[in-house]
Design a binder for this molecule. Sequence first.
Ligand code: URA
Ligand code: SF4
Length: 219
Amino acid sequence: MPGRPAHTAEEFLPETRDLDALADAAHGCKGCDLYLDATQVVFGGGSADAEMMLVGEQPGDQEDKAGAPFVGPAGKLLDKALVEAGIDRDRVYVTNAVKHFKFTLPERGKRRIHKTPGRTEVVACRPWLLAELDAVRPEVLVLMGATAAQSLMGSKFRLTAHRGEALQLPETDDLEIAPEVAVTVHPSSVLRGPLEEREKNFDALVADLRFAAGLRAHS
Ligand code: URA
Ligand code: SF4
């Protein structure tokens, strides 16, 4: 069957593992079905020698159109949170657990609705995330939201139980680095939550980011 999807991105990874080569190769990825309906792949972006790498879930509507991560509403909120936490966005690397936008189209002409990626897609897309980690070699890794956290910490990982903790990646990954790991909520969850809780949830996100930035000093 022509175009039959593979089960993982692995075979689409290039031999050269610098970020530019990775981002180029990702445009040809058919590691799961998500490339079929999305506009384009949205690879990570930011400083190639960042000390901090932040991982979200998947590109949203605006990221899908722009081809860059965290440029929509969640990205604006993240920018604000980084500023408040004293972290320079120009000095971090930002990416997603899944590199294509997953959505449903309720009716013709209507806005595309974000759909949470499933375990299959998260696992399929993981080789890109691991390759980015190996290329950037951050000292601190911040996993934002359950999708990012479960991609790297395992499917049983409970985010809420581990906020504010200094974590390490499980040893099962063939990574040559061992960054300090912190988890926090996804910036979109602050926007989606009740209005009266927004400030509190935003402050908690900032506190988690500040905690993560502080981990660097101990590594
Ligand atoms: N949400 C994400 O997880 N990633 C983006 O790039 C945008 C919104
Ligand atoms: Fe490849 Fe990831 Fe896109 Fe699936 S979501 S096609 S694995 S880049």
